[in-house]
Structure formats: C-alpha cells, structure tokens
Design a protein around this ligand. Structure first.
Ligand code: FAD
Length: 381
C-alpha cells in the first residue's frame, strides 16, 4: 500500500530522481514508489544492463567478514523472498544453499575453520564428508573429498530480470522511467542540488539518489563528493542451455582446483537452463574473456559436473564490480551535498532489498538508520 510522504514541508510527496537502474537503483526506485514518493529513474542503458548483468548473483552471507557485515548481508538475504513476491515475474530466486569441498588437507582445514566461524555467528554451515556430499548431490563427480561444507541458507537470483521487474513495478506505481538517457550533470539552486541534467533536460528533484555503480565515483564528483573505488574486473562465463537440472538440491557449487596452484571454480544453473561459471572468489580479479578461457573453464567444470559435457561455452565480456575502496557499502546522504543520497556496494545482488528498504526509510521518513553507521559516505572525506 502506498503511503503519502512527508518529505516536503507542504506535505507533497518527496520528489526523488534515482540515477541508475541496476539491481540497486531499481530496487530503491521500486521501494520508494511503493511508499508514495514521486520517483523518476534514469539510466543511460536499460535496467540491469551494467554490472548487474555480469553478476554471478549468489545471494549469501557466507563469504562476508566481519560479523557486522555478515549480519548486514544476512538480513538482506532474509528479505529476498518477500521482496521477490512483490514483483510480477519469476526472477529466478531459488534457495538450496552453497556446497563447497576441498581435495587437500590444507583446503579442508580452511573449510572447517570457516564453518566454525559461521556457526559461531549463528549461520547454519555443516561440515560434511564424501558420502554425505554424494547423497546431497548425486550427479556430481567430486573426485577426492577431504572435507566439504554445506551452507543451507544461500540462494541465487536472475538479477537483470529482477531489475527489469522492479522498474516495471515502479512504473505501475507512477514512477517516470527514462532509459537510454545519460545523466551529464547536476543542476544547482541556492547552493544545493536541485535536480539532474539528463538527455539535455533538467529533472527537478528534492533528493537525488546516485546508484550508478562503477560510475558513482564520477557522478558523486559532480556534487563534490569523494567516493573512491577499486578497479575490480571479473569474468563469469555462460554455457548454452542445458536441458536437465545440473543439481538436485543446492543452488551454488564451489569446486576445488583440479591442479595445485589453480583457482577453484564456482557454478550455478540459471533460470533459462544456461550455467554460469567463474573462478576464484567473489572478489577475484580476472580479465580473460576469450573464447579459449571460456572453453577451459567449462572443461574444468565438466570434470566435476558430467551433465555439462557437450555444452557450449559462451564467453562474456569482463564485468566491473562496483567496489568501494575499503570494500564496504557506501550508503546515505553526504554532508557535502545534503540532498544527494549515495547507494554503492559490492554484493549488490545480495544487498539490494535491504539497501532499498533502508534508503527509503531515510529518504521518505527522514530516519537515520544506525545499522548504516559504518557505511556512511563521509568516511572518505
Ligand atoms: C563478475 C561479477 C560477479 C559478481 N558476483 C556477485 C555475487 O555472486 N553476489 C552478489 O551479491 N553480487 C555479485 N556481484 C556484485 C553485484 O553484481 C553488484 O554489486 C551489483 O550488480 C551492483 O548493482 P548496481 O545497481 O549498483 O550497479 P550496475 O548494475 O552497474 O547499475 C548501474 C547503472 O547505472 C547506470 N549509469 C551509470 N552512469 C550513468 C549516467 N551518468 N547516467 C545514467 N545512467 C548511468 C548504468 O547504465 C547502470 O545500468 C558481482 C559482480 C560482478 C561484476
């Protein structure tokens, strides 16, 4: 249900322009529109076509440190079901958990210690052995299993479908959507930001949300706000569609290197039957987007997942993760530009529902959410 907003002294709905229709900006636009804000969303491309389209899209709190950031991710993970239910499409949200195993004593020790840490934080993560792994995923051919872990809460989603569905839902609630329209500047009045300049026109706003992903550094600079980022290229390849389900229960699989010194691989099957395969961790830097590398990744994955044999390898160009300099989210108003709201994060697929909810509370209700204290933009001033 929409609620009228009190962001303006005259009681009119607060006028918000959201720059960026990736998973983060789309989720914010949708959540703001549900609360009755007068939303305009602007993207120079189409919804979910930026980093969101490159994402492995593992919804998790598993690979997140320290405990405060783990809990932040966990809270968002717990919101995804309800969030997706409000959308008009199957956005590929599936649970089932993450399975990972080690083929060396060193790798097994690392998995056991990770499981212990997650258990201490109250996150279900079991250490299992080879026969238990085989019962969980009978179609896998794991070769050697010294130890495995199973984190049952993790899931996956199709983030471009989710961004598209958010934008459709926002539009149905009255949001204006301007696609293939680039924001080239901010308009100023009396020393504050009065709106954005997009496609040659001025769009007036009470609040401007910057959710431009890797471009947020440049967008924030237009308001004199410093939001430094790391360069974080990543490669996740695709396969052609595979008719049968690759996994019986789990959504995301991490498999050990086939040879010492090589990175581990991770894979999942998407809603359309294709598989996604990456290597290393969610933060690993990778730039090889050639057909040869895609073929090699698929060949490695097929050693463990025989159902992949015969699939075609589809290379995907390098994707650039929005990655704040210290790796943590940047969320909230900047004291330097008090009506410019920043929304920049890695793990944005996991975090979109929570970021959208908290941003909406801060923009529409005027709340100041303590949970965001560690993630404020002014830490870079
Ligand atoms: C290889 C890879 C693997 C990943 N794996 C995971 C994972 O497993 N789990 C997870 O949770 N996260 C993962 N991530 C991270 C996650 O995908 C991102 O955090 C998330 O997609 C960021 O969404 P966003 O909306 O902030 O950015 P984007 O999707 O990049 O959206 C930003 C939008 O802003 C628009 N824009 C920029 N500048 C302008 C302008 N001047 N005018 C108009 N529009 C503009 C762009 O066109 C774009 O559509 C991964 C990312 C990558 C690249």
């Amino acid at each position: 249900m929409s609620t009228s907003t009190s962001g303006n002294p005259n009681g009119a709905p607060v006028k918000v322009t959201v720059v960026g229709a990736g998973i983060v900006g789309s989720a914010i636009a949708y959540t703001l529109a549900k609360r009755g804000a007068a939303v305009t969303v602007v993207d120079r491309g189409t919804p979910g076509s930026g980093a969101t389209s490159h994402s492995f899209a593992w919804i998790n709190a598993t690979a997140k440190q320290p405990v405060s950031y783990h809990n932040f991710n966990r809270r968002s993970l717990g919101m995804w079901d309800r969030f997706a239910r409000g959308l008009d499409a199957d956005v590929g949200l599936r649970w089932g958990g993450q399975l990972e195993w080690a083929a060396t004593n060193e790798g097994a020790a690392e998995l056991r210690s990770r499981a212990q840490q997650l258990q201490a934080w109250g996150y279900p993560c079991q250490v299992i052995d080879g026969p238990q792994l085989a019962r969980l995923e009978p179609g896998l051919s794991p070769k050697q299993v010294i130890a495995a872990i199973y984190c049952e809460l993790d899931g996956m989603v199709e983030p471009t479908l989710a961004a598209q569905a958010c934008i459709r839902a926002a539009a149905k609630l009255g949001a204006a959507v301007k696609l293939e329209t680039e924001v080239t500047g901010l308009s100023m009045a009396a020393g504050t930001v009065a709106g954005v300049i997009a496609g040659g026109e001025e769009i007036p706003a009470d609040v401007v949300v910057l959710a431009g992903g890797v471009d947020n550094t440049q967008l924030a600079a237009m308001a004199d706000v410093n939001v430094p980022q790391q360069d974080s290229p990543g490669v996740v390849i695709r396969t052609g569609p595979i008719a049968q389900p690759l996994f019986a229960n789990v959504s995301v699989v991490y498999a050990p290197p086939l040879e010492p010194g090589r990175p581990e691989i991770h894979l999942r099957q998407c809603l359309d039957g294709t598989a996604m395969i990456g290597e290393g961790s969610q933060e690993s830097l990778a730039r090889d987007d050639t057909q040869g590398h895609a073929g090699e990744l698929l060949a490695r994955a097929a050693e463990y997942v025989p159902a992949l044999r015969g699939a075609s390898a589809v290379p995907v160009p390098v994707g650039y993760r929005p990655m704040p300099l210290d790796g943590f989210p940047v969320v909230g108003y900047s004291p330097k530009a008090p009506n410019v709201y920043l929304a920049l994060t890695h793990s944005g697929v996991t975090l979109a529902p929570l970021m959208a909810q908290l941003a909406t509370m801060e923009i529409v209700d005027g709340a100041r959410v303590d949970l965001l204290a560690d993630y404020r933009p002014n830490r870079f001033d």
